[in-house]
Design a protein around this ligand. Structure first.
Ligand SMILES: Nc1ncnc2c1ncn2[C@@H]1O[C@H](COP(=O)(O)OP(=O)(O)OP(=O)(O)O)[C@@H](O)[C@H]1O
Ligand SMILES: [Mg+2]
Length: 328
């Protein structure tokens, strides 16, 4: 496996005149290998966009090491920029141009053959709407146009910050299919999102960030199984009596309104036997496998809303101007 994105110990503190210092990245690490569809998850304000902006040279890091497509970033970005496509938060397009014209201009500016424009319009499902002005596009259509612009260069690495923002369920599904197609064609995709079910469906690997630090990463299945407590949902008529029996047998039980949750169930047949022997008949026995949402909430518990520490005045006016220039 070759890493296409490597981030180690990334640090970034924003200093603003009014609010003082704000630690956005606090020694963040991430590795994305070639061929992955890698989900980048974290609560609002946890540092996802800052990471991507820093990686793409839009924000200057305070410390840390980054490499993209095997080249040091941001120093070697000019060398690799042709091989990567990125949208980091919604790009602004000129409203009076049509979608097609917008892409043609971008293609010309980037030295991309013009026939790519029709290809990417079709890829994102905008072929029939390409002659409409961008200002008449819906949010979802603008988002598709943004993805189309990132695909123009036929990139081997695609970085998408919240691509599902503003899309309706059908649009989200198309975006998912598009990412799968791209991955099947060998494109590595790094996608940030807070739609966890979506990430679970699309991504094979995840990195979860909380308060500017990585809290977990790895194959989705491995991350989930790390949180598998062998829990089962059990339904019986007499919940309290059943709970007592199971507890006496040494297992941990929580009683809910109309069911029990039993942890560390090695063999579910043993449970039915224990209860059946006492005349309690199990009407439901369902394994509770963790999903990304429950894992995410456990790992990032209390992250939102978060306190922002004020640790000092801005360094100098130039830094502040640069940093305020970029949108958060
Ligand atoms: N240009 C900036 N100036 C000052 N503070 C900033 C700037 N950009 C980001 N921040 C702060 O850095 C922290 C991380 O923000 P970031 O945008 O990276 O979060 P995020 O994970 O992308 O969140 P979201 O899910 O809401 O997009 C936040 O506290 C944010 O307010
Ligand atoms: Mg963001």
């Amino acid at each position: 496996m070759t890493a296409v994105i490597e981030i180690e110990g990334l640090r970034k503190t924003f200093r603003t005149i009014r609010r003082g210092a704000r630690v956005a990245l606090d020694g963040f690490d991430m590795t994305v290998e070639a061929g992955q569809i890698h989900g980048f998850l974290g609560p609002n304000g946890s540092g996802k966009t800052t990471t991507l902006r820093t990686l793409l040279g839009l924000v200057r890091a305070d410390a840390g090491r980054m490499a993209i497509l095997g080249q040091p970033a941001p120093a070697a970005l000019p060398v690799v920029t042709r091989r990567l496509g990125a949208i980091v938060e919604s790009p602004q397009f000129f409203g009076n141009f049509t979608g097609r014209r917008t892409l043609q201009l971008l293609a010309r500016a980037g030295g991309v053959p013009l026939d790519r424009v029709e290809h990417v319009l079709a890829q994102v499902g905008l072929r029939d709407r390409g002659e409409e002005r961008v200002k008449a596009y819906s949010l979802g259509m603008k988002q598709r146009l943004a993805v189309a612009s990132a695909l123009l260069k036929d990139p081997e690495l695609l970085i998408l910050d919240e691509p599902a923002n503003g899309l309706d369920p059908a649009g989200i599904r198309e975006m998912r299919d598009l990412m799968r197609e791209l991955a099947a064609a060998g494109v590595t995709v790094l996608v940030s999102s807070h739609i966890l079910a979506e990430i679970q469906l699309i991504c094979d690997h995840v990195t979860i960030i909380s308060r500017g630090k990585r809290v977990t990463s790895g194959p989705v299945a491995a991350v989930l199984s790390g949180f598998d407590r062998g829990e089962f949902r059990v339904r019986v008529a007499d919940l309290d009596h059943a709970a007592e029996v199971i507890r006496t047998a040494g297992l941990e039980v929580t009683v809910h309104e109309d069911h029990l949750v039993v942890a560390d169930v090695g063999d579910p047949a043993w449970l039915t036997e224990q209860l059946g022997q006492r005349g309690m008949w199990v009407s439901e026995l369902t394994p509770l496998t963790p999903d990304l949402e429950s894992v995410f909430l456990q790992l990032t518990d209390g992250d939102t809303p978060r306190q922002v520490d004020v640790v000092g005045p801005p360094r100098n006016a130039d830094d502040v101007a640069i940093e305020l220039g970029g949108q958060p």
